[in-house]
Ligand binder design. Sequence first.
Ligand SMILES: [Zn+2]
Length: 91
Amino acid sequence: MGDKNNNKFEDVLEEGQEACQACGGELKAEKVNLEEFEGGKLYLMENVAAYICQECGEMWVPEPVLAEFEKMMETAKRHSAVAKPKKAKKK
Ligand SMILES: [Zn+2]
């Protein structure tokens, strides 16, 4: 089952960057965990393709991966908004 993920990983990397935009250092493709803390909630996406600069350690996330992460966050937000009990305004 890991093959599908692998293909996707390669696909993303093909449109990739060659050098770090911050320092010009060499980028290495790695799988990382994306974390975003927003609105008191932690959003996590594991094993996504990203580039790590070998010089400064900066992480560069390819556009498609970032888009997917944001989409996941949006979906999660909408779900939690529905689940959240609303205070009825009766007066
Ligand atoms: Zn760098």
